[in-house]
Write a protein that binds this ligand. Sequence first.
Ligand SMILES: [Fe+2]
Ligand SMILES: [Fe+2]
Length: 135
Amino acid sequence: MRELLKCLDKFHKQHHEIATLIHDLEDISGDCLDYNLVDKAIEELFSYVKEHFRYEEQIMLKFNYPNIKQHLAQHNEFIETVDKLCFGSPEVISDPVTGLIRYCRAWSKMHVESEDGKLDQFIVDQIHSAVTKRS
Ligand SMILES: [Fe+2]
Ligand SMILES: [Fe+2]
């Protein structure tokens, strides 16, 4: 049960960190004078998001999470879209960084509220059943 509580805690901290990294990217790109800094902030955000996805996916597998397919499909769709926004042709959108930030913000809000919310609930249910079994 303690392992499950740690999962919930780590999920929430990672979601908070992702929101902070999106905010940092927005701040840095606001001045848009140093493209190296913008690029570094993008790299930092996406390597952290990928690390977070790996962690969630590892937990879903470990606890036989029933909605894993749907959840993974959303993670993959995010990675594919971000790759397109980062490496696709620049004329696709007039301001690629703003487009990227807008997409990340909308996607993470939708995903955290829907799929991550369901995963949270699943873990909470596992905790309850572990506690019930003991009593
Ligand atoms: Fe997720
Ligand atoms: Fe998540």
